[in-house]
Structure formats: C-alpha cells, structure tokens
Design a protein around this ligand. Structure first.
Ligand SMILES: [Zn+2]
Length: 287
C-alpha cells in the first residue's frame, strides 16, 4: 500500500485541478440560472406571464446541473408559483408551493420566515380554490409561529393575520374578521405605510367585513380612505397587483354613494380586489 505523503499531495492536487475544471461550467450554469430567474421575475412584475413562465420553467428543469441546486430551485419554484397565481392557474400554483414548502422545510426546519412566507402564499391559493377552511387552519398556525419568532408587528405576521381574516370572510365569519383586520390595518399603516399594496388590501377586506356585518358608515369611511390612498399613486410606480387592485376598486365607486350597503352592481362581475383572481360576486362579494 502506498500511503506516502507525496501520493496524497499529488492526489489532492488532482482534486483541485479537477474541481477547477468542473467549477467553471458549473459557475456558468449557476449564473445562467440566476439570470433567467431574474428575467422571469421581471417579466412577471411587468405582467408578461408567458415570458415569465418560460424562463422559470427552464431554471427548474435545469437545477440538477448545479452543485448546490436547492436555493436556486426554491427561488424559481416560488416565482413560477406566483406566475401561476397571477394567471389564475391555482391548481398548478398549489403544487409548486407544496414542493417549495417541503424543500425549504428540509433546509430551514419549521420555524423560519421562508416557511411562513411560502405557507401564506399557499394559503392564498387555497382561498382562491375555495378551500378557505384549509387555508384558515394553516394561517392560524403560521400567524402564531410568526408572531413568536418575528414579532407581532413584523410584515410577515401581519400578512398571515390579514389572510387569516380573508379566509374568515370567505367562510361567512366576517364578524370575527373585523377586530383582526382593524389591528392589522393599524400596524400595516405603521410598518409598511398607508399606500402599500398589502395595507390597501387589508383596508379593502376590512371594508367588506364591515359591510357584511351591516356597519355601513364605518365601511364607507374605510373605503373612501382606501380609494384616496390608491389614486394618489402615480401609475408608473404600480406593479401588476396594485394596478389590479386599483382597477377593481374603481369599479366599486358606487359604494361611495349613500346607497352603500346595497349590493353593488357594476363591480359584481369584475375581479375581486382581494386578488384571488375570481369574480367579486363569487369571492368576497358573496353575502
Ligand atoms: Zn375576494
């Protein structure tokens, strides 16, 4: 047996050389994957969902070429799931979010912000798929974990709470949603600012919950405040979801009239401002 030190040095030199030779194409594959992910995400932001899907699919198909594929794959899975969500392809979005969750659980364990964010995204998809009880149960757990780990006023905790209240509205439990939404809205205004998409979305949900409970005057105040914030933003600063929220809310302007509380007609067939991708009358507009 030749176990001389020289042999070992020669051996490790060979490993270094081999690693360097392999390293260059792998580095390239990695930068290419990151570039495609970036481009896909930009396309999604601009609303070109077909282009986004193409790029992100490619990254997911090729992650096995990478040395450390998990973070790249996770990022691409998450972005593609959001593309499917925006394109209202909820069943496909659910599958990707589930794969993303099981991958990141292996990487981070159960109590990590990544897990919370992926779970909230999954719950949003479940709400769109009319599986609000599943979503609500998941969000209850996530909101508690997130509050423990990140704090009560952390944006992720607030998002979990707001979506939990959304599930409650969809399950005809608007009464329970109101205090949660009021607290969340106050914290989001502080933490994210009044004109942030999620703050405005929470305001819309509070408006709906109040209206469903017959509290018309308070509902109108919330709605008008929400509209004022939304229309004070210049068009060019809005991403696709905020533009959609603005369009959805502007079809509901008749809520501003004293007839508030009666069923709005013009907006009933338009997309729901909650971003579920469903018609208002089949989503938060169900009474
Ligand atoms: Zn809705």
């Amino acid at each position: 047996m030749d176990a001389s030190p020289g042999g070992r040095i020669a051996g490790s030199c060979a490993v270094i050389v081999a690693a360097t030779i392999i390293h260059i194409p792998i580095q390239k594959a990695r930068s290419h994957a990151l570039l495609l992910t970036e481009r896909g995400d930009t396309a999604r932001w601009l609303g070109d969902l077909a282009a986004a899907e193409k790029d992100l699919q490619k990254v997911i198909e090729r992650t096995s070429d990478l040395i450390d594929p998990v973070p790249v794959r996770l990022n691409a899975l998450n972005n593609l799931a959001l593309v499917y969500h925006n394109a209202h392809r909820f069943a496909e979005a659910e599958l990707l979010h589930r794969e993303e969750l099981s991958l990141s659980r292996k990487l981070y364990g159960d109590d990590h912000e990544e897990i919370f964010v992926s779970s909230i995204n999954l719950a949003m998809v479940l709400n769109s798929l009319e599986r609000a009880s599943e979503a609500r149960e998941l969000l209850d757990d996530i909101a508690k974990r997130s509050e423990r780990l990140l704090g009560a006023k952390h944006p992720t905790t607030l998002l979990a709470l707001s979506e939990y209240a959304h599930s409650s509205i969809l399950l005809s439990r608007a009464q329970e949603a109101i205090p949660i939404l009021e607290r969340t809205l106050a914290s989001e205004s502080d933490v994210r600012g009044e004109r942030h998409y999620y703050t405005m979305r929470t305001a819309f949900l509070l408006f709906r919950a109040l209206l469903l409970c017959g509290r018309r005057e308070t509902a109108r105040k919330v709605f008008e405040h929400c509209l004022r914030q939304l229309f004070s933003l210049p068009d060019t600063t809005l991403d696709q979801t905020t533009r959609e929220l603005r369009t959805a809310l502007s079809t509901m302007v008749e809520f501003r009239e004293p007839s508030l509380g009666e069923q709005p007609k013009a907006g009933r067939n338009n997309p729901c401002p909650c971003g579920s991708g469903k018609k208002f009358k089949r989503c938060c507009g169900r009474s």
